[in-house]
Every structure is written in C-alpha cells, then in structure tokens.
Ligand binder design. Sequence first.
Ligand code: C5P
Length: 403
Amino acid sequence: MPDGKNILVGITGGIAAYKICELIRMYKSSGANVKVVCTPNALNFVSILTLQTLSQNKVAFEQFEIGDFKPEHISYADEADVFVIAPATASTISKIANGIADNLLTSIAAAFNKPFVIAPAMNTNMWNNPFVQENLQKLAAQGYTIVPPESGFLACGTTGEGRLAALDKIFDTTVDILCGTKKFLSGKKIIVTAGGTVEDIDPVRFISNYSSGKTGCALADTAFRRGAETVLITTKNVQKPYKVVKVKSALEMQTALSEEFDDADYIFMSAAVADFRIKEFNPQKTKKTDSDTLTLELVKNPDILQYLCNKKTSSRPVIVGFCAETENLIENAKNKILKKGCDFIVANDVSRKDIGFSTDENEVYIINRNLDVKKVEKQSKLKIAEEIIKEVYEKSGNLCTHK
Ligand code: C5P
C-alpha cells in the first residue's frame, strides 16, 4: 500500500469528474497523501470544497497566486510521486502531448518528470478522433501509463467506448506504479465471500443483517491485485475486473462455494451468513390479521464454513473464517476456530460504533490453529485486507516478501 506516498490528482472538465471524489477517498484510505489540481472547466463539475474535504489539502486551480515564493507548478511537480490525470479530456491529452502549458494542470504536467497515469473519458467520436488517438500514442510512447476507457452508457446519451475506466483499475494501476506490487499470489485461486445473506419471508419481506460487504470486497481486490485468480461470491451488486458470483441466501452461497471449492487454494469466508432461514416461504405477501402477534418458524441453515472444513484435505484449501462478536471476542474466536476446524479466524468487535459494520475502518485479531493471536490495529478496511492476506499467506507456509 502506498503509505506516505504523494499522489497528485489532476481533474479535467468532463462529467466523469464527479467519480474522482471516490478515487481520492480510495487513495486516502490506502495511506497516501493526496493533492488535487483542477482545470478551470473541471470546477463546473465538482466543487473545491468537496475536493478539499476529501483530500484534506488545498485544491489548486489558478496558475498564478501572489504570496508563494515558489511557483505552484514547480512545487507540485517536485512533491508528487505520481501524477494521475482522471478524467483526462481530449483537450488536456492533446495539450500535454504537444507541450502546451496554458493552465495550472497542464503547466504541472509539462514540468513533471515522474510517472503519469492518464485515464481518458470522453464521447465515443472524440475518443475515435485520429488526432486524439495520435496524441495518446505519443504519450504512451513516452512511458505515460494509459488506463483506457471502457464501453458503456455515456453521459451524452449514447453507448460506446469512452466511459472512464473503473476506479479500481485506476487505483490498482497507481498502487502498482508506487509500490511495484509483488504478484505473490499468481497461480493461486482465492475465493472470498462477502455481504449479509438475505432470507426471504415472502415476496416483499426478508431477514438479513447489517454487513456491508466492504471487508470482503477489499480482500478480493487485494487478492486480485496480488495476482490471484479471484472469485468473489457476494450478496451485493458489484462490478469487478474479476469473477463475481451474485447470490442471495445462505443455501445459494453454499452451492456457489461448492462449485468453486475443488481447485481453490484459499477461501476467505467474510460473509455474514444467516444462521436460520424461514421454514416455509410464503409465495404471497403475508397479510395483516386481527392477531397482535405473528410467529415465524425458522430452520437452521447449514454452517457453510464447517461444511467446507469437513471437505478439506490436509493442505488445501486454506480456510479462513470470520467472527463478529459483541462480547468476549478472543475467547469466542478461539472456541470457534476449534469447533469449525478452519485454519485461521479473523475476529472483530461489532459492538463498537467506530469500526466494523458499514464503516470504512476496522480493527481485527487474526488467530491461527495454535491459538496465537495477532492484533491488526485500527485502520482502513483496505489496509486491514492487505494485512490479513499477508498474514494468512505467510503463516500457511509461504515466505512473502511483501511490498
Ligand atoms: O458461528 P458464526 O456465525 O459466528 O461464524 C462466523 C463464520 O462462519 C463466518 O466466516 C461465516 O461466513 C461463517 N458461517 C457460515 N455459515 C453459517 C454461519 C456462519 O459459513 N451458517
């Protein structure tokens, strides 16, 4: 993770500028320092206040400001380790490729001699314009990293190539450049479960829980970034550059896991699986009656983790369970690893408001079969995921020269 690295984000005037607010949050969660520079047009799409609050830094957009002894374009270029321009419009791409420096962003670009990440976003015809393509080729030939746009629905109402690449891709590209991320999981298949299962009562009602699926997503993203063949089995709607299997109930999750199990090397069971489901699903909406009470009969769901641990051979796959507790965290987690037979258990305290369910941060304990406990201090779920994967990989017999 790019702890303490300096990322300069350049935003130009395209509608995709609004998405960069989330990209800034991702960079900040990964521990990087973020500064933002905007073209004047970009500020028609996003506000300085939003960018300033998210980056926790002053946002630069004017070329000349009285009072600074060092011109901004030089100090920004000096400080940053990478310059990420997203979205990059046809205009800015073409200016940079031709050495034109007519605003602060393009001036910094002209003075910047470290790695660039350029994520273009524009209308399909602009994208296909031969001059724009020629200018992009010029940048690529000079070693600028281009994260190409995707096909999809565009703000101009058409469908085609030109939509900003997924933020995950821009983020991963940046981290790879900054950290030279080692693909120590290449050749390994990793399955991650995420989200809370949904157990239907009738066509309009269900039983579920508060799990956001964020930890699971962060684990799958990390596994993928580290080179693993990644499968995310989740109850949430997500788009990822790796295989996602959408499920709803515990039984569907069990089926999906059984289908992926045989050639898996690691399974991270971070989903919050309902222990019970409705005994008899009512195919019609349950009507209100004169009675003041309603009794729902529940039946036990299979314990998928235990079921998989029983299927496991001595060495494969390594299975990691998760436990969310409101009291006696370590003691309950130790009992659980022994009862369920998994290789590791990751425990977190869900009684605390500042970590766990639906928040972006967590603090966890990783416990192995010898009942050794490793505390992972409170930090973003993204960094927690990196620590969990690293610890499990190393403690299951691999030497991980991380970074
Ligand atoms: O027993 P408890 O629900 O606290 O255990 C949590 C762990 O067990 C998690 O890894 C969760 O994904 C898994 N689990 C399961 N099947 C269930 C309930 C929990 O696989 N029915």
